[in-house]
Structures are given as structure tokens and as C-alpha cells.
Design a protein around this ligand. Sequence first.
Ligand code: ZN
Length: 199
Amino acid sequence: MVGLKASSTRIRSSFAIALAFLAAAALTVTVAPAEAGEGGLSAAPAPPPVQPVTPGAASRQVFPVRGAHQYWDGFGAGRGHDGADVGARCGTPLVAAQAGRVRFVKYHARAGNYLVIDVKESIYDLAYMHLAEPAPVAPGQSVAAGQPVGIVGDTGNASGCHLHFELWEGAYYGGGAPIDPMPYLLSIDGERKRAKRAR
Ligand SMILES: [Zn+2]
């Protein structure tokens, strides 16, 4: 439900899909991240060259919400929404979608309790917001795909229990920009896949 960034040069490319194969993009972002909410970064860096897609090189991916869920507002949503909202009961476990390193575990007036993970061997960052409680991990800590990182809540500016999930190409408020996370989420949503097969 939050849009931490008022405006920016958005990269609405299909790179989210390429995230599934991020083993190919072993770029390192060294820019120091800014605090959430400071925004002010008016330009995103030029996108990195896209490596050839190699499915066999994909690292393990786990849908971040471990329970019944439904999709609410998507990216943009007519209000500069920087992520996708996944509705789920408060208390539903959240896990790291991919292996990486925790960048931030903080509280923000709009984001509530939030967590940012720098995905291993990629330029991408993942942000989880509105957690019911502070994430049970620490900045700098490595996390494995599927490792618990908190529970769904409605802290901050949230109307209803949900995960606000952001996918950043580049560093979160550190030179990167949020991109539409829906292709990524749908590609790793086991329930969604089962539902499709059932029809
Ligand atoms: Zn949201």
C-alpha cells in the first residue's frame, strides 16, 4: 500500500523475468543505500546488459508468502505504487524468495516493519513491507531461499493484512529503481500454477 518514492525514472522492462536466471548477472552494486523514505533519487542508472537466459542456472526460488493469498493492487495501480500487494492473513509466514544478504530491517511510517534483501549474485533487491513484527534476521546476515524472514501484518500505512513486495533493479534507494514484480511473483507462485492446471 505504500509508494516510498514519489517519482523516478522507472524501468518497466521485462527484466523481472530475467531474475529467474540471475545467476548470469553477477554484477555487484557498491553504492551505499539511502534510508527508506528519503527518495529524491531522480534518475536510475542505465540497465545492465541482459545476459542470455539460462534456465538451468536459476537459483532456487520460493514464493515469499507461505499460505493462502490473493493478489491485490499491482505495480503502479494509478498511484505510483512501487510494488505488488499480496493479501494474506496476518501471521502468515514470509520467507526469503531467494538466497541473499539482508540489507535493512527497519520501521517506516508508511512501510511499517520492513525488510530488504540483496539477492545473491544479482543486481536485484527484494523488499517486504507491513510485517506484523520486526523481521527475525539482522542486517548483513545471509539468508537462504525459503528461510523465514517474518510474518504478514498491517503495520504502517496498510489497509488490511498483506505483504507489499517490491523488486528493485539495482540497490534499494541506492541508485536502483523498482520494477513490476508481478511476472516474478507469478513465476514462483506454486498455488497459482496449481490453480491454472486445475482448470
Ligand atoms: Zn502496497
